[in-house]
Design a protein around this ligand. Structure first.
Ligand SMILES: [Zn+2]
Length: 298
């Protein structure tokens, strides 16, 4: 059997055949298209799967999704924002395959559980902070999927002390402060000139006050969000990856300080927050796990 994994990501599509180990050069990637999203996605899938008979496809998609209907509605893709029947489209492309869809965060949780740091615990939160935030919750060793497939939207936990407008329509969500796009928007509003989180991190390292403040806000919001979620789930590990998570002490110091300040209950004193080692392939790897777990034995 040959499994194909697909990520409908925050910044682009990625696909690969699932094997023992997947080298980075074996991953096909395209940036998020501004039009013809499905045609772009299908071309990528056909390119990656050529000469292979695909028996299962695992999809990890940016949310929201309707898992039962097989529909995705990621905010990053305007054509799909009101819902696209992705499972049906993939099924038509690979008629002999079973197709399995989960939220990107759920796939991330599966990948951290199978290949990453959360494999050593039973209760954890796995987070990617890039332009936006995706996350997966593991409780009792099971990655929580939720009623509609959308459990784990950590980016929309409210954080006290912030009222930044969020793309979801609410205010004060973690993502509205700590997502990469939000960090840049806030920094630009303060007069900083630059176009990437990496440039902002560099500026912060050079002592730029706006850049330092932007990462301080982001770290504080992430830490408060974690401290809000941890007592509900009784977790003992949080793993954070993504471009923003690579910001170094300017982000991590206020983050860990906020966790230490607010996660005070006795059962949370052992709570650890650590960087992910999956290096950006978590969702794709988890999509492969999803397809393997869900397959019906022949
Ligand atoms: Zn929100």
């Amino acid at each position: 059997m040959t499994i194909l994994a697909l990520e409908i990501g925050l910044e682009g599509f990625a696909a690969t055949l699932v094997g023992e180990e997947v080298a980075d050069e074996e991953i096909g990637r395209v940036p998020l298209p501004s039009a013809a999203a499905w045609a772009t996605c299908r071309d990528l899938l056909l390119e990656v799967s050529r000469n292979h008979e695909i028996t299962a496809v695992g999809i990890g998609s940016s949310g929201p999704i309707d898992m039962l209907a097989g529909v995705v509605a990621p905010a990053e893709i305007p054509e799909w924002r009101t819902g696209f029947a992705l499972v049906e489209a993939v099924q038509k492309t690979f008629p002999g395959a079973t197709v399995h869809l989960a939220l990107d965060g759920v796939c991330l949780g599966l990948a951290e559980r199978n290949f990453g740091a959360t494999s050593e615990v039973m209760d954890a939160l796995s987070v990617t902070v890039s332009s936006r935030i995706c996350a997966g919750v593991m409780v009792g060793g099971f990655v929580v999927v939720g009623r509609t497939g959308n459990a784990g939207h950590f980016g929309h936990v409210l954080v006290p002390g912030f009222d930044d407008l969020c793309e979801c329509g609410g205010r004060g969500c973690v993502e509205a402060v700590a997502g990469g796009s939000s960090i840049l928007r806030w920094a630009h509003g303060q007069g900083w000139i630059g176009n990437s989180v990496e440039a902002l991190v560099e500026a912060a390292g050079g002592g730029n006050e706006i850049a330092v403040a932007a990462l301080n806000r982001a770290g504080t919001a992430l830490g408060r969000g974690i401290a809000s979620v941890a007592p509900v789930l009784d977790i003992d590990l949080v793993v954070i990856g993504g471009t923003v998570a690579k910001s170094g002490p300017a982000l991590w110091k206020p983050l860990t300080a906020a966790v230490a300040t607010h996660a005070r209950l006795g059962f949370l004193t052992s709570l650890r927050v650590i960087p992910s080692e999956l290096d950006g392939i978590g969702v794709l790897a988890g999509a492969g796990v999803l397809a393997m777990m869900a397959r019906v034995p022949a």
